[in-house]
Design a protein around this ligand. Structure first.
Ligand code: GDP
Ligand code: MG
Length: 208
């Protein structure tokens, strides 16, 4: 369709469809540092949504990964069971999840199994999931060793990261690796054969 001068060369729908959106969710007990990690990654583009109403914090960032601009939405869903319905809604279409515990809190580590089960219940296990041992700056208060953290992660076939939302150590690396895995997974999906045979799949005509 020809467009008059001053109009976008493409329809707004085409422009929107061409953007790459990635939805990332943080999981883990209250207080482990999910919101702080999102804040650190998003810097100024962070808005705490009024917590008592819906129990969600939200961050947005545009980041170049593998040469493409990704529009990244990051959600921290409240650990409070009152918000179960909100969590249920928000898990939908999650592409990546960072599962956080606090290295100075045994109970936050012990609850990782429960969080992983919840993620599975809502279909989130189809997303890229990593384990994050946060608050590494609290060296003298550490009760979960790196070895124990790694052991749990590898038993669940998940990648393990150590971060501090206070010093920023490991934060960018963790999010960038997570986003890279999302894009690599999507690229693999695009490569899978479609139900309609492509030219190469079709049988060559039989010569008579
Ligand atoms: N020392 C230290 N404190 C942290 C770190 N990350 C978060 N906190 C603190 O832990 C508390 C809970 O953090 P928050 O991000 O709200 O946790 P959330 O409930 O998981 O979203 C706050 O007082 C943060 O300042 C960290 O890496 N190191
Ligand atoms: Mg929070």
């Amino acid at each position: 369709m020809d467009r008059k001068p001053g109009h976008l060369p493409k329809s707004p729908k085409d422009v929107l469809d061409a953007l790459i959106w990635v939805k990332v969710v943080g999981l883990g007990n209250a207080g482990v540092g999910k919101t702080s990690l999102i804040k650190h990654f998003c810097e100024s583009q962070f808005s705490p949504v009024y917590q008592p109403t819906i129990g969600v914090d939200y961050g947005f960032k545009i980041e170049k990964i593998l040469g493409e601009d990704l529009r990244i939405h990051l959600w921290d869903l409240s650990g409070n069971s009152d918000y179960l319905e909100v969590r249920n809604e928000l898990y939908g279409n999650t592409q990546a999840c960072f599962l956080v515990y606090d290295i100075s809190s045994q109970s936050s580590f012990d609850t990782l199994d429960t969080w992983l089960r919840e993620l599975g219940k809502y279909g989130g296990l189809n997303s890229e999931v990593v384990v994050v041992a946060n608050k590494t700056d609290l060296k003298t208060k550490r009760v979960i060793s790196m070895a124990d953290g790694r052991k749990w992660a590898s038993a669940h076939k998940l990648k393990y990261y150590e971060t501090s939302a206070v010093t920023g150590e490991g934060v960018q690396q963790m999010f960038q690796d997570l986003l890279m895995s999302v894009r690599e997974r999507e690229a693999q999906k695009d490569k899978r054969p479609k139900s309609r045979p492509s030219g190469a799949d079709r049988q060559a005509p039989v010569k008579s």
